[in-house]
Design a binder for this molecule. Structure first.
Ligand code: BGC
Length: 419
């Protein structure tokens, strides 16, 4: 909460111009989000159309920047100015922070009427419910431990599904030998850290991931296994093209879609780009779990955090929340977005093979206790810790931290500082 208040003051000046005149009307939903890529915009359209049918207009507050850091800065400014959006896209611990700051609304009545308690899985309720009150509507479940592979390139190099990290390296070598960019990466801190989540799980296994990345256990964070995870991250660097710094995630996905690169390691929002480009799984592209992480799911979930809007804007908010968790929306939206439903009772009929796998994997992992929050994506620890993590990972990728030993030391120090 303190972090938010401090940041609010800082962000205010910078964003006043942007939020000026953004006050919302009673018959419209004002939504802050970072869904600006082709696939994301297509998914958002499903919601706009559903709300239009109910007679509600849409006031868009898009803040570009995958991972949502820029959007969260803009949100702080709006909230500080007392200019609450109807809802904002948010990730995990951020919802809890705003709830603790006392600015969230209460959707409990809607939740009761719609039976959210029974249909939304417990790991999501942990973030959508604060002190017994529903403060957010979960939109989806994304997971980050995926590989997205161009099938034609895979065929050309005679590649097969890599089951281990070493096999992954061997596959990347084949692409390199064939003159294709092996690994499409966007050199932005959140993309690098999202990929590192998978590397940690692959290197240390499920128990280690949980200890280090969710429990922030210091012995795990400074262990040889964490060092080895950084070693593995270093091993991937030679397979990235020289222009990767600062590249947006969807441009990296486009490299794979076009066949300029073999593979991207990215959350399944990447699949939304393949869908938007009318590409078919199995024919045009392949989705595999990150090598060595089969059986576990590292998740994040987009939530619509619901603000404590004035009474005359409440009906629009209730309409938004009701639409968001309706079964038909959960299917239609997530088919386009690349994610899977945030309710357990939505049929997988309309999902493609990767979506069906995503739904089955999520269910199995939830039952087995191998469903873990993504530290890069706001579900491992509060934002200050996640930012410290992203910072160390990106410094390592961009050679500002030279060795794995040093990376581990800085990671422990930065996380301790942020806690
Ligand atoms: C969100 C996704 C989004 C991705 C890239 C993630 O943090 O959960 O919904 O598509 O960022 O913008």
């Amino acid at each position: 909460m303190r972090t938010i208040v401090k940041a609010v003051a800082g962000a205010l000046l910078a964003s006043t111009a942007m939020v000026a005149g953004a006050s919302a009307q009673t018959k419209e939903v004002q939504m802050l989000h970072w869904w600006t890529s082709g696939g994301e915009a297509a998914a958002l359209n499903v919601l706009k159309q559903d709300l239009a049918k109910e007679g509600y207009g849409w006031k868009d507050v898009p803040v570009a920047g995958g991972g949502g850091d820029a959007a969260m800065t803009a949100l702080k400014a709006m909230v500080a100015a007392g200019n609450y959006p109807t809802a904002s896209q948010m990730l995990g611990y951020t919802v809890l922070d705003y709830a603790a700051a006392g600015v969230m609304g209460d959707l409990t009545e809607t939740a009761k009427k719609e039976g959210w308690d029974k249909s939304v899985p417990a790991p999501l309720q942990k973030f959508a419910v604060y002190k017994g009150k529903w403060v957010a509507a979960p939109v989806n479940v994304h997971s980050v431990n995926w590989l997205w592979i161009n099938k034609a390139v895979m065929d050309k190099i005679g590649g097969t599904q890599p089951k281990t990290f070493d096999e992954f390296i061997a596959l990347l070598d084949k692409a390199k030998a064939a003159g294709v960019i092996p690994l499409a990466l966007g050199g932005q801190n959140w993309q690098e850290a999202t990929m590192f989540d998978s590397i940690v799980l692959s290197t240390g296994g499920p128990e280690f991931y949980k200890k280090a990345m969710n429990d922030l256990d210091e012995s795990a964070l400074k262990s040889d296994t964490m060092k080895k995870s950084f070693d593995n991250l270093a091993k991937l660097k030679p397979y990235v093209d020289p222009n990767f710094s600062g590249r947006d995630w969807n441009l990296a996905t486009a490299m794979v879609i076009k066949g300029d690169a073999l593979v991207q390691v990215m959350g399944d929002w990447a699949k939304g780009e393949f869908v938007a480009a009318k590409k078919q799984p199995g024919t045009d592209y392949l989705c595999y779990r990150f090598p060595g992480t089969d059986g576990s799911v590292i998740y994040n979930s987009d939530m619509f955090g619901m603000f404590n809007v004035p009474a005359d804007r409440k009906a629009a908010q209730v309409a938004l929340a009701t639409a968001t968790l309706s079964k038909s929306f959960q299917s239609a939206f997530n088919v386009v977005k690349g994610s899977v439903p945030a309710r357990t009772d939505v049929p997988d009929t309309d999902f493609d093979a990767c979506g069906k796998k995503g739904i089955a994997d999520l269910k199995a992992a939830n039952e087995k206790g191998t469903l873990f929050g993504s530290l890069a994506q706001g579900y491992g620890a509060p934002p200050a810790v996640a930012n410290a993590y992203k910072d160390v990972v990106t410094k390592f990728v961009h050679d500002q931290i030279k060795t794995s030993d040093e990376a581990v030391k800085q990671l422990v120090a930065a996380i301790n500082d942020a806690k």
